[in-house]
Design a binder for this molecule. Structure first.
Ligand SMILES: N[C@@H](CCC(=O)N[C@@H](CS)C(=O)NCC(=O)O)C(=O)O
Length: 207
């Protein structure tokens, strides 16, 4: 049985929960982070030096950093499935995963936090407009990649779709005044919404 530490409304925790669902892996989830706290203790920091969520324990193996946890689960339990065996295909997917953290979410996070977790009087309209533009550019890049294939790694869902898919859900669910039409991205997102694990763990109210 896997153990996952992290609050269920966290984007990074949702990546791990959805991955477990895709792989039919049973897990217990322990609320941690945000209002739940629990990430400042010495015991937690031994498992996850960053003091963030999520953290995964699989027997004696402890893994932290959400996209690394997704890679670990896919490589361990779905080699040749969600995680390609051949290096070119595998690292092609890994690139999208690193880009989700270092590019797409970095640009999108201020917009998400500003619109969902910041009271209207405290919002910085100029910063939100900049983040909205940068985020739209990021999703346009994903749209371009998805024009010639149904999923980021090719014909079937792969591990690269998980971080990007969780991020896309937040973008589509945000009450934005304008959102560019990105047909390939919209079709891919529609395919994700058909998956029970995505519906259960990712398509939850924004908070
Ligand atoms: N790069 C880290 C980022 C983790 C992260 O930022 N987690 C957030 C939740 S999405 C967190 O722990 N925030 C503090 C808290 O919830 O107490 C990862 O991908 O795991």
């Amino acid at each position: 049985m896997l153990t996952i530490w992290g609050r269920a409304n966290s984007l990074n925790v949702q990546k791990v929960l959805w991955t477990c669902a895709e792989l039919d892996l049973p897990f217990q989830r322990i609320d941690a982070g945000g209002a739940f706290g629990g990430t400042d203790t010495a015991g937690y920091r031994v498992m996850n030096p960053s003091g963030m969520v999520p953290t995964l324990k699989d027997g004696d193996v402890v893994v932290w950093e959400s996209n690394v946890i997704v890679r670990y689960l896919c490589a361990t339990y779905s080699a040749g499935g969600l995680c390609p065996v051949e290096a070119p295909a595998r690292f092609g997917q890994e690139a999208w995963m690193d880009w989700q953290t270092a590019g797409l979410w970095k640009d999108f996070r201020p917009l998400f936090i500003g619109l969902v977790r910041t009271p209207p009087p405290d919002r910085d309209a100029a910063a939100l407009a900049r983040a909205e533009e940068a985020t739209a550019r990021g999703f346009a890049l994903l749209d371009e990649a998805l024009r010639h294939r149904p999923f980021l790694g090719g014909a079937a869902l792969g591990m690269a779709d998980i971080p990007a898919g969780v991020t896309a859900h937040r973008w589509f669910a945000l009450p934005l005044d304008r959102r560019p039409r990105l047909p390939a991205l919209e079709d891919w997102y529609a395919r994700l919404t058909e998956r029970p694990g995505f519906r259960e763990h990712v398509m939850t109210p924004l908070s």
